[in-house]
Design a protein around this ligand. Structure first.
Ligand SMILES: [Mn+2]
Length: 394
């Protein structure tokens, strides 16, 4: 059995002001290509299909088109679970009907983990679909047990399902969350950045160790960097694309997983086709960056090392990098990081003193690299005036 393990698609996501729709569609076309090229038998999507619980219509159509072409045109079964970014109920829509067509979507976690059995030349493979869940949810299923943490919730679900999982069969677990095959005590010092770039403490960590011998492969989603979760056969495939400058150095794509007969080694191969546009982080002085770099359509995150103030850095860089994501100043960050936090406070204070119009004016300048003027300026002034008047009425 060969399948593509992928996760964290975040369809509908934008980078700064740029929609990623074209990049994501191109990526999904590459996914379909990879399935053909490698003759995969199935696709496993380990959560965060969408970026938000109410995704843009365009993202819904994109996913609908892909699901149709995979299951109906190519005859490839699709197994998917909800991540923390998805709405469990919305993702579940039609799920019972669709399973008849080879589309297995598990939106809401349930006490009995949903099992989908697929067949290959060597026999059957059981896929267990465990979407993202919260401890509160799980507490309701096991009223007699003490469930406060994610780990307690996961262990309760796992023990409850143990009798249903046949260790003599080939088993695959699909899950979304912060999983590692270590004891939570050991992981206390470690902190990991997830998709939301918020540090996850040990409170979110779920220990996969008890599942290690039960499953031939564990297909995980949530962490955006491809990595093993404490054992080589329990893995995060990583996100579909680079979704933040902090991910600039990560390799993105899908993982091709090959299950042999029961007891045989599982092989996994990362597939990283080049994206439509890469995301790169570059650093230097404004002059140096402009002189040393070729013009590029890539998404570029810039850190300037200039000592003094730099005028119009964003619009200068935009000439070379039309998809610039933002400019940070290394010196300023150092200042802030060291003693002079007061400067940051001053800046915030200053922003606080701006009128709504002035604030928008700044925003416009930053986004469009040109001052707000003429008819546009009039329109904004009028809109602000109207909004303020409206507010005064209440
Ligand atoms: Mn997630």
């Amino acid at each position: 059995m060969k399948f593509l393990h992928t996760a964290d698609w975040h369809l509908g996501r934008a980078l700064s002001e740029y929609s990623l729709f074209e990049d994501q569609s191109a990526r999904l076309a590459q996914l379909a290509e990879a399935i053909k090229d490698h003759q995969a038998d199935a696709v496993v999507i380990a959560g965060d299909l969408y970026d938000r619980s109410v995704p843009p219509a365009q993202a819904v159509s994109l996913l609908d088109e892909l699901f149709y072409s995979l299951t109906q045109k190519m005859g490839i079964p699709v197994l998917a679970i909800a991540g923390n970014h998805d709405s469990p109920e919305r993702l579940s829509f039609g799920s019972r009907l669709f399973s008849g067509a080879g589309l297995y979507v598990e939106g809401k976690a349930s006490k009995e983990i949903r099992r989908v059995t697929l067949q290959d030349a060597l026999g059957e493979v059981d896929f267990y679909l465990l979407p993202y869940f919260t401890p509160e949810e799980v507490r309701g299923w096991f009223p007699k047990e003490e469930i406060r943490t994610f780990d307690q919730a996961f262990q309760a679900i796992l023990s409850h399902n143990l009798p249903r999982i046949d260790p003599l069969r080939r088993n695959v677990l699909v899950a979304h969350g912060f999983y590692q095959a270590v004891s939570p005590e050991k992981a206390q010092e470690s902190s990991v950045f997830s998709d939301s770039e918020i540090t996850i403490g040990q409170s979110d960590l779920m220990n996969l160790s008890p599942a290690a011998s039960l499953f031939d492969y564990v297909a995980l989603g949530h962490l955006h960097a491809p990595q093993a979760a404490g054992a080589p056969h329990m893995r995060y495939s990583g996100s579909l694309l680079k979704y933040s400058p902090s991910e600039a150095r990560q390799k993105k794509g899908f993982t091709l997983v090959e299950l042999g007969g029961k007891g045989n080694d599982v092989s996994y191969t990362p597939l990283n086709p080049p994206p439509r546009r890469d995301l790169r982080a570059i650093q230097g002085t404004l002059e140096g960056l402009m002189a040393d770099n070729e013009a590029s359509e890539d998404y570029i995150s810039v850190t300037l090392t200039d000592e003094g103030g730099v005028l119009d850095a964003m619009s200068t860089l935009r000439e070379k990098f039309p998809h610039i994501l933002g400019v940070r100043f290394a010196a300023r960050e150092q200042d802030i990081a060291s003693a002079s936090l007061s400067r940051a406070f001053q800046e915030v204070e200053q922003i606080g003193r701006l009128t709504p119009f002035e604030l928008f004016e700044r925003f416009y300048q930053q986004v469009r690299s040109e001052p707000l003027s003429g008819q546009r300026e009039e329109l904004v002034r009028e809109a602000v005036r109207a909004a303020l008047e409206e507010e005064l009425k209440h």
